[in-house]
Design a protein around this ligand. Sequence first.
Ligand code: AP5
Ligand code: MG
Length: 183
Amino acid sequence: MRVLILGGPGAGKGTQGHQLCSKLNIPWIASGDILRDAIAQDTELGRQAQSYVEQGELVPDMITIKFIRQRLLQPDVKNGWLLDGYPRTAFQAEELDFLLDELNQKLDWVIWLKVSEDVMMSRCLDRSRSDDELGILQRRIELFQERTIPILEYYEHRHHLLTIDGDRSPEEVQQDIFNKLNL
Ligand code: AP5
Ligand code: MG
């Protein structure tokens, strides 16, 4: 199965994505976590992405598209994957469609974990990630509204968009996702 899990900061993409990958036995590919690892390891990708991630800005499409392409060409993801937090822009979404066409693969589901801005704020402020400082967090939320919400409409027309109420306990959200995917 090939699944996208999208949602704003703190929507629960990592929490739910992890559970879903265990259930489906597919690799979990989380763009934000890959970028943070790359920054910690001071790789070329990390050096290119660092200033954007630290300021809560989107890493430029040319960089993210290239690394996701490289990741999806690896043999371990041949039979399925879950992308967490990717795509976030119309351009990333289009390029992902082109790549899937090229690989003769099909996207099965797009899960939108929908939560209010208040919930995004309170969950992130309860953590201590360096990009959860108030001003940076507000910018991440703003970018989600401006750049990512429009692509959910794109997916609604082209694929199976599942809108999930993410403002419930993690267990209830998980059960709802499993039910809707017939798992
Ligand atoms: P990324 O790491 O993806 O950050 P994000 O989208 O802001 O989301 P988070 O990872 O903070 O939240 P989450 O939805 O995974 O929630 P989680 O499960 O952790 O991206 C970071 C940065 O990388 C971006 O700002 C950008 O710079 C760059 N980047 C990444 N992808 C990019 C792309 N495609 N293009 C360009 N740039 C990109 O949960 C959050 C908290 O809430 C946790 O403490 C958790 O325990 C708690 N929680 C979860 N679910 C529940 C629940 N149901 N009830 C109560 N608490 C809950
Ligand atoms: Mg995450």
